[in-house]
Design a protein around this ligand. Structure first.
Ligand code: HPA
Length: 267
């Protein structure tokens, strides 16, 4: 599916009446991050099936609901349910919620995910604040016809992830004794996990964590000039001397626990 600017405008026009006249933080929830929803005072919850032009998500742990409400003192718009390349979605579908977010006048975007850690010092459940990414997915979401209303054809990719957010999250994490890392996220197509040789190679290539999302959304948000934050929950850690099996259920379980105890405290 190749979405037009006008379709994103129609979806945004449908959502707009539900928003107050305030600055919002938009959050895309990764696997397990639905555990943070308990902390949000919801005003509206709209199933994706009611949103014009919206596809539905097929992955366990991804609700397919747009939540609007307040989290602590922040007004939040939460995409609970993301579209992944491995589900067969096009890059345009994957990034459609981010396009709609921008047309709602929202500038701040927090992308969250569960990821496989590549550093020996990482523990399952620790956080990684993303400072940069490597696009190792087979496509770029900006490939194809260019509509200049979205932004430049060749967006600069320095400083994609907001450094002030990283500093403030790190500060809070330190204060609260929450284990965290600041690192580079490498995005893959999935859905198979990586072989030991692949994990080792990605680490040598400069990645600190790997996952199957986030990068397309960050590229599109960057094109539109948004302020972007990225937080990974490290759900499993690659150890070449002790190979352990990674399952989606395990990823969700670690993600949910860490989200409740840690992410909610730093954001
Ligand atoms: N690889 C890719 N995606 C992931 C992983 C992993 O090890 N863990 C959670 N998401």
């Amino acid at each position: 599916m190749n979405y037009t600017y006008e379709q994103a405008e129609e979806t945004a026009a449908f959502i707009k009446p539900y928003l107050e006249d305030e600055a919002y933080l938009a959050i895309t929830l990764g696997s397990g991050f639905d555990a943070c929803l308990g902390q949000v005072k919801m005003t509206y919850s709209i199933p994706y099936s009611e949103l014009p032009h919206f596809p539905v998500t097929s992955v366990m742990g991804h609700q397919g609901i747009l939540h609007i409400g307040k989290w602590a003192k922040k007004h939040v718009l939460i995409w609970s349910g993301r579209f992944h390349y491995y589900e067969g979605h096009s890059m345009q579908t994957i990034t459609f919620p981010v396009r709609v977010t921008k047309l709602l006048g929202i500038h701040d975007l927090l992308l969250t995910n569960a990821a496989g850690g590549l550093l020996e010092s990482m523990q399952p459940g620790s956080l990684m604040f993303i400072r940069d990414h490597i696009n190792f997915q087979p496509e770029n979401p900006l490939r194809g016809p260019h509509d200049s209303r979205w932004g430049p054809r060749f967006p600069d990719m320095n400083h994609v992830y907001d450094s002030e957010w990283i500093t403030s999250w790190s500060h809070l994490a330190k204060l609260l004794n929450i284990p965290y890392h600041i690192g580079v996220y490498l995005g893959l197509q999935g859905p198979s996990l990586e072989t030991p040789a692949e994990y080792s190679w990605f680490h040598q290539a400069g990645a600190h964590a790997v996952g199957m999302s986030t990068v397309p959304e960050a590229i599109v948000a960057r094109q539109m000039g948004m302020r972007i934050g990225g937080i990974s929950i490290i759900s499993n850690v690659f150890n070449p001397y002790e190979l352990t099996e990674t399952t989606h259920e395990g990823v969700l379980q670690i993600g949910r626990a860490s989200c409740r105890e840690r992410v909610c405290s730093v954001v």
